[in-house]
Design a protein around this ligand. Sequence first.
Ligand SMILES: N[C@@H](CCC(=O)N[C@@H](CS)C(=O)NCC(=O)O)C(=O)O
Length: 216
Amino acid sequence: MIKLHGVQLSPFVRKVLLTLEYKGIPYESNGVFPGSDDADFRAISPLGKVPVLEEDGFTIPDTSVICRYLDRTHPEKPIYPADPKLEAQACWLEEFADSKLIEACAGLFQQRFLFPKMMNQPTDEAKVIEILGTVMPPLLDYLETQVPESGPLVGDSISIADIAVITCFLQASYGDFEVDGSTHPKLRRYLDGALANDVITNRMAEEAKIVAAMIG
Ligand SMILES: N[C@@H](CCC(=O)N[C@@H](CS)C(=O)NCC(=O)O)C(=O)O
């Protein structure tokens, strides 16, 4: 059985959980915290990052590597398009999400949820203003040019691009952030469709249980 190491509220852990759940692959979860200095964890995560996937003694870190591995080992419901151009487009949007978009979205999660609600630390309001006013808008503007009128981000079926982008906005939702449909109508419509998907609603229901157990 596959074991995924990493706390489920991490956006990168969620990215792999959504992949596992979309493909219907059974797994167990080990809620290790990012940066943990547990020796067993460090042995399988040289950079100290979560998640790490473990299967029959084989371990591999990094979501982009893990998701591609899962797509190779479980080819049904592929998330990397077969067409080279569509695959390149999906991988680019995955990279966009995993680098800049997650920085903004995780920043809101940290400042408005993790610090005040879980760590008893104050929100840095200047940081929030910077994210909302300066960092986020060009990212949303770019995505507005990328989302189609309907359907998934790339091609005809759900791909790693959707999984990576959606996990970012789920993270930002903990920081009370929602894309404004009056400024980014196509992106808003895309998100509304994606967020209604059973895989997403079931994952968020699981996360709600974890949050309730942690902060009541
Ligand atoms: N490129 C990595 C990024 C993973 C990552 O940054 N994970 C965060 C948690 S969301 C982490 O473990 N941070 C701890 C650290 O950097 O020490 C991936 O895609 O898996």
